[in-house]
Design a protein around this ligand. Structure first.
Ligand SMILES: Nc1ncnc2c1ncn2[C@@H]1O[C@H](COP(=O)(O)OP(=O)(O)OP(=O)(O)O)[C@@H](O)[C@H]1O
Length: 592
C-alpha cells in the first residue's frame, strides 16, 4: 500500500485522503473497517474508521454528522482523540480519523492468557483501570454514556510520549446511527452482550451511566482472571431480545437478584414476563470472590463488587470509584500502565497490531468546506495530530515508572494537545483550564478523581437556559440559570447531549417544531448561522420540548410549555456543508 492506487484512487484521490499514506486494515467491527494511515506531513499514525452504509442504504445522516462534530470536542487524555471527519458524498459513507493506539485490552489480555500464561501485574491492572475510570468520569461528566465498553474498545498507547496511556475508543458512536426520534433502547445491540448490564438485559428502557460501570466491572474482572466473567451465548436479532443465557451466567456468579436488593427490578419487562426462567429459578450465591480469586476483604474485591451491584442506582459511579481505597494502596496507579511494577521485573513486550496491507478504501471527499480547512480553526486537520511514529515493536528498556499520576497529563493537559491543536473554545476548554488549576492547587493521587464538571460543552455563554428535572416530575422544567448548569443525577443519566439554549443569541427564534424545521426563522438569524463550523456546532445547541411546537415568550423570556427534554441544533442544510442556508434540524427527543 501507499502508492497512488492503494492510497485511495490514484489521480482521483480526494483532497482529504491526500493527507495520508494508507498503510492497511487493522480491524473490522460492527460498523465497518478500521485502517491504519500515516499523515504525510508529520508522519503520525492515524486510525481511520470507515463506517458502512446504513441498512437502508441512505448513508450517514446530517444528524449523525452533527453528533460526530460534537464528539470532536471531547478532549481528555484518556479518551481517544477524534482528529478528523470525512464524508464520501457519493454514498454518504463516513470516515473518522482517530489517534492511533498500538494496543487494546483485548490483545493485552489475550497475550497474557495465550502467550505468557501469567496474570497481568497488579500495577498494570490498577493503572489501566484507573485511567479507564478517569476517561469514563470525563465522558459521564459530559453526559456521554459510552454504552459499548469492552476490552477491544479500551485502547492503550504504544511507544512514544504517551506510552502505556489508556484511551477509551468508540465513545458516543453507539448513538450515531440511530434515528433522532428513536428511543434509546431501540437501536438493536448496543453493549456487547458479555459486558451488558443486567437492567438492559431485563429490558430497561433507558441507558444510564451505570451501564458503563457494569461493563468496567466486567473488564476489571477480566483483567484479573484473563477470561470474560459472564460469557453468555447471545440470542441474535435486531431488537432488544431476551438474553436468558447471559442473565443466567450473571445470576450464577452473583446470586439471585431480589426486589429487596434491587427494588425497581419488579418493573423491568423481562423480570415481569419471564416467571419461569428467572423469577422461578433460585440461584445460589457462590460468591464473586471465588471467581476472581480475590480475598473478600480486599479493596480490589470491594471495588469490583460495587461495580457489579445489581441495582444501577446503587452501583458505584466513576468518580466514586476513582476515590476508592483500592487506588490509594500500593501499588499506586501510574501514567504508563505498561512499565514494570517493580525493579527487576521484566517488561512485557506486547505485540504490535497486525496490519493487512492488501485492503484499501475508495476515494472520498471531506465534509469540511475548503475555506474552513484553510482557516485552521477546525480540529479536522490531520496535520495537527500528535507526533507519533509508524507502528513498530515497543521499545521497553529504560522506562521509569511514575509512582503518581502526572496531573497535567491526568487532567488531559499534555495529552489532549499533542500536536499543538488550537484549544477549543467552550466547555471542553473550560474543563481543561479547571483541571490545570487543580493541578496548580497540588491535588495529586491522594485524590485521584477530579470533581465532576458542572457544565457541558456547548454552554459557554451564560446566561443560558437549561432543562432541569426533579425525581418526582415527569417532565423537565426549563428555567433560567445564570451561571451554571447543574442537572440532577436522574437527568445526567439519560442524556448524551446538553439541553441548553442561550436566548440572547437567537432573539428571532420563536418556535421549534418537532419535524425538524423551524417555523419563524428570520433572515438575520439565517445569516448568522450560515454553515457548519466547529464554532456553530458547539454553540448552536438549543432546547426544545417533545411537544409538537413550543413558542418562545419573548416578553416573559420563557418557553410557553413545560417541556420534557429534547434537543435541536442549528446547522447547515441536509448533507451539504457548502450551502449558506440555515435551518434547524437534529431535533431529538432524548427521553420521555
Ligand atoms: N484509534 C484506534 N487505534 C488503533 N486501533 C483501533 C483504534 N480504534 C479501533 N481500533 C481497533 O480496530 C479494531 C476494530 O475496531 P472497531 O471499534 O471497529 O470494532 P470492535 O470494537 O472490535 O467491535 P464493534 O464494532 O462491535 O465495536 C479493534 O481491534 C480496535 O481495537
Amino acid at each position: 500500500m501507499g502508492d497512488g492506487r492503494s492510497s485511495g484512487g490514484g489521480s482521483n484521490r480526494p483532497a482529504w485522503l491526500q493527507q495520508y499514506d494508507l498503510i492497511g486494515k487493522i480491524g473490522e467491527g460492527t460498523y465497518g473497517l478500521v485502517f491504519l494511515a500515516r499523515t504525510k506531513q508529520r508522519k503520525c499514525c492515524i486510525a481511520i474508521k470507515k463506517f458502512k452504509q446504513s441498512k437502508d442504504g441512505d448513508g450517514v445522516s446530517p444528524t449523525a454528522i452533527r453528533e460526530i462534530m460534537l464528539l470532536r470536542e471531547i478532549t481528555h487524555e484518556n479518551i481517544v482523540k477524534l482528529v478528523n471527519v470525512h464524508i464520501n458524498h457519493t454514498d454518504m459513507s463516513l470516515y473518522l480519523a482517530f489517534d492511533y493506539a498500538e494496543h487494546d485490552l483485548y490483545e493485552i489480555i489475550r497475550h497474557h492468557r495465550e502467550k505468557l500464561n501469567h496474570p497481568i501485574s497488579q500495577y498494570t491492572v490498577k493503572s489501566l483501570l484507573w485511567q479507564l475510570l478517569n476517561g469514563l468520569n470525563y465522558l459521564h461528566s459530559n453526559w456521554i454514556i459510552h454504552r459499548d465498553l469492552k476490552p477491544s474498545n479500551i485502547l492503550v498507547m504504544g511507544e512514544g510520549e504517551e506510552q502505556g496511556i489508556v484511551k477509551i475508543g468508540d465513545f458516543g458512536l453507539a448513538r450515531i446511527y440511530q434515528a433522532p426520534l428513536k428511543p434509546l433502547c431501540d437501536n438493536g445491540v448496543v453493549v456487547t452482550i458479555w459486558y451488558r448490564a443486567p437492567e438492559l438485559l431485563l429490558g430497561a428502557k433507558h441507558y444510564t451511566s451505570a451501564v458503563d460501570m457494569w461493563a468496567v466491572g466486567c473488564i476489571f474482572a477480566e483483567l484479573l482472571t484473563l477470561k470474560p466473567l459472564f460469557q453468555g451465548v447471545e440470542v441474535k436479532g435486531t431488537t432488544n431480545l431476551f438474553q436468558l443465557d447471559q442473565l443466567d451466567k450473571i445470576f450464577k456468579v452473583l446470586g439471585h437478584p431480589t426486589p429487596e436488593k434491587w427494588p425497581t427490578l419488579v418493573n423491568l419487562p423481562y423480570w415481569q414476563n419471564d416467571q419461569q426462567h428467572i423469577q422461578g429459578h433460585r440461584y445460589d450465591n457462590p460468591g464473586l470472590h471465588s471467581y476472581v480469586h480475590l480475598p473478600q476483604k480486599s479493596p480490589a474485591y470491594d471495588l469490583l463488587a460495587k461495580m457489579l451491584e445489581y441495582d444501577p442506582r446503587k452501583r458505584i459511579t466513576a468518580v466514586q470509584a476513582l476515590e476508592h481505597e483500592y487506588f490509594r494502596i500500593d501499588p499506586l496507579p501510574g501514567r504508563n500502565a505498561l512499565v514494570p511494577s517493580q525493579p527487576g521485573e521484566k517488561t512485557v513486550n506486547y505485540p504490535a497490531r497486525p496490519v493487512d496491507t492488501t485492503t484499501d478504501f475508495e476515494g472520498t471527499t471531506s465534509i469540511q468546506p475548503p475555506q474552513q480547512m484553510q482557516s485552521g480553526t477546525a480540529v479536522g486537520n490531520a496535520t495537527m495530530v500528535g507526533p507519533r511514529q509508524v507502528p513498530r515493536q515497543m521499545q521497553m528498556v529504560g522506562m521509569q515508572r511514575m509512582n503518581a499520576f502526572n496531573m497535567a497529563s491526568q487532567a488531559g493537559i499534555s495529552g489532549l494537545n499533542p500536536g499543538g491543536i488550537p484549544m477549543q473554545r467552550g466547555n471542553a476548554a473550560q474543563a481543561q483550564q479547571q483541571q490545570l488549576r487543580r493541578k496548580d492547587q497540588g491535588i495529586g493521587m491522594q485524590n485521584p478523581g477530579y470533581p465532576q464538571q458542572k457544565r457541558r460543552f456547548g454552554c459557554n455563554f451564560p446566561p443560558f437556559y437549561a432543562c432541569q428535572s426533579t425525581e418526582n416530575s415527569t417532565g423537565a422544567k426549563m428555567h433560567e440559570n445564570s451561571s451554571s448548569f447543574d442537572p440532577p443525577p436522574r437527568l445526567q443519566s439519560y442524556s448524551t447531549f446538553i439541553d441548553c439554549y442561550p436566548p440572547s443569541r437567537f432573539p428571532n427564534y420563536n418556535s421549534i417544531t418537532n419535524n425538524g424545521l423551524i417555523d419563524n426563522l428570520h433572515t438575520g438569524h439565517k445569516n448568522a448561522t450560515a454553515s457548519i463550523t466547529p464554532d456553530l456546532m458547539r454553540e448552536d445547541i438549543n432546547v426544545a420540548p417533545h411537544m409538537d411546537t413550543i413558542n418562545w415568550d419573548s416578553s416573559n423570556r420563557h418557553w410557553d410549555q413545560n417541556p420534557t427534554y429534547a434537543r435541536a441544533c442549528i446547522g447547515s442544510p441536509e448533507s451539504s456543508a457548502s450551502s449558506n442556508d440555515s435551518y434547524i434540524d437534529n431535533f431529538q427527543q432524548l427521553r420521555t
